[in-house]
Design a protein around this ligand. Structure first.
Ligand SMILES: [Zn+2]
Length: 497
């Protein structure tokens, strides 16, 4: 037997199974018991909150033999009996020609929609009531909306409409005012998590509670999304689904990795921030996904604090604000990872009272000068390395540049800084040449930030793999430096020859 998705299996069979929308299921059960159903419903709510499922339950209930018998006898009905799912009408509902369903967001032609709607004027073939379930009704063409409006205003006998939408503001007021409106709420996380645990028990799968909570959090109020996520984990799992399984299957960053980043920022440790963000990127996640996960995680921490009656959110709010801003900047940007990296680095307090570093090693990078105006590596004075201070200045300058200038400058990797001059390396010769044009602006900004002139040199270095290397943690950074030293030694031999 073909595998049936949990979303399909988890779909409510009766009003009592409509999770998280009790205000709607109770009202509908009363309306059905007293035979006061409307012929036009507008179901409003975000995706996956149960709009289409409810429309189907209602369409089925309107034709259910058992319900009609109960209504005729004046008996009240329990939510578990709506619909009965046993009578001929209920059992044949899925293949009934009298239930027409379509999604207005799909690429149906105007003629197609008009033809479907015109069948409303024909008597139902077998059912008592012919039902139309139209998803994303706000996407319908003007002509189609007018046809529906006419049908709702002067309904043919035995026709019912269920119009679902995620964007009520795009539905004409003329439609809204003629329908019975059902407002679907976002389903609270604990309710989703509990439902997932119940479903897992039914499937004889051990779903860990923290795993269920993580899926529920991810679903953001949508039961359909939650079931789809659980389905993906279920397909990969044997008989047990842990939090790690959820993270791995859904390609999520672990809470530990997020905590590492947040704690590094809190403890104002630039090196730790660099190392934590590099680790996060290693999991293969897009920068925007990392940023969103950080925001969600910070919000969860705030909720936990609130539950413990702690109110000191200033630090967390500062992080959330900066990350939100960064998320906006990342949209459509070609360098989202750099934006996130910069944002986190800037959250660490600026280095106060810059101290001239003590000499460590000479590690002038090997490079190819772009133009004769560019300094040869040999002209750089004996460098006294303080790469961290250099990067700090680099990031501060970046954020002060115009967005066009920044697009160029942020492709650079800080290769050396000795307090007076900074060498930036570009992987692309073209970008290094582009930098020539903005070098004066960069130097001006650096002078303003540091309080004295800083000479900026740009070099082309095809060996620079990515600006993200800037943040490489130890021991990788040392390894890279070592590799560069070896490279330099080889070149030096050549020069001596
Ligand atoms: Zn029935």
């Amino acid at each position: 037997m073909a595998y049936e998705a949990l979303y399909t299996r988890g779909r409510p069979k009766t009003l009592s199974q409509l999770i998280g929308q009790e205000h709607i299921s109770n009202a509908l059960a009363r309306a059905i018991s007293s035979n006061r159903l409307s012929h036009a419903y507008l179901l409003i709510g975000t995706r996956g909150t149960g709009k289409t499922s409810t429309a189907r339950l209602l369409a089925k209930a309107m034709n259910c033999d058992k319900i009609h018998e109960a209504q005729a006898a004046g008996q009240s009905l329990d939510k578990r009996e709506i619909p009965c799912n046993k009578c001929d009408s209920c059992r044949n509902f899925d293949s009934s020609p009298d239930n027409v369903e379509f999604d207005a967001a799909s690429n149906r032609s105007v003629e197609d929609v008009t033809r479907l709607l015109s069948t409303a004027y024909l008597a139902p073939l077998r059912a008592r009531v012919k039902t139309f379930i139209i998803d994303e009704v706000h996407m319908l063409s003007f002509e189609a909306v007018n046809s529906i409006l006419k049908l709702i205003e002067e309904p043919p006998p035995n026709v019912a409409f269920f119009l679902a939408t995620t964007e009520i503001n795009k539905v004409p007021m003329t439609i809204r005012s003629r329908c019975q409106v059902l407002n679907f709420r976002l389903i609270p996380q604990p309710i989703i998590a509990n439902y997932l645990l119940t479903l897992a028990r039914r499937l004889k799968v051990t779903l860990h509670e923290d795993a269920a909570k993580k899926i529920a959090r991810l679903a953001e109020g949508s039961m359909r999304d939650a079931l789809t996520y659980l389905d993906q984990c279920y397909a990969m799992a044997d008989t047990e689904i842990t939090l790690d399984d959820v993270n791995e299957t859904l390609g999520l960053i672990s809470d530990e990795s997020l905590d590492d980043i947040i704690n590094a920022v809190k403890s104002q440790d630039r090196a730790a921030v660099g190392s934590a963000i590099t680790n996060a990127f290693r999991s293969g996640l897009a920068a925007s996904a990392v940023a969103e996960a950080l925001i969600t995680h910070l919000r969860d921490i705030e909720f936990d604090m609130l539950n413990r009656n702690e109110r000191n959110f200033a630090e967390l709010d500062r992080m959330i604000d900066a990350l939100r801003k960064a998320t906006g900047e990342m949209n459509g940007s070609g360098i989202p990872d750099i934006i996130l990296e910069m944002t986190l680095m800037k959250l660490v307090a600026p280095v106060q009272n810059f101290v001239m570093p003590t000499p460590i090693i000479s590690s002038t990078p090997q490079s190819t000068p772009i133009t004769s105006s560019m300094p040869q590596p040999a002209q750089i004075p004996q460098p006294i390395e303080n790469l961290d201070a250099g990067k700090k200045i680099f990031y501060d300058v970046l954020s002060s540049l115009s967005s066009e200038d920044r697009t160029v400058a942020q492709k650079a990797v800080v290769m050396s800084f000795n307090g007076e001059s900074m060498t930036l390396a570009f992987k692309s010769r073209f970008m290094a040449e582009m930098f020539n044009g903005i070098q004066p602006a960069f130097e001006r900004s650096a002078e303003q930030i540091v309080g004295r002139p800083i000479k900026i040199s740009a070099i082309f270095d095809g060996k620079v793999t990515s600006p993200i290397l800037n943040t490489l943690p130890e021991p990788e950074r040392s390894n890279l430096a070592g590799a560069m030293d070896i490279f330099k030694a080889t070149d030096a031999t050549k020069i001596n020859d």
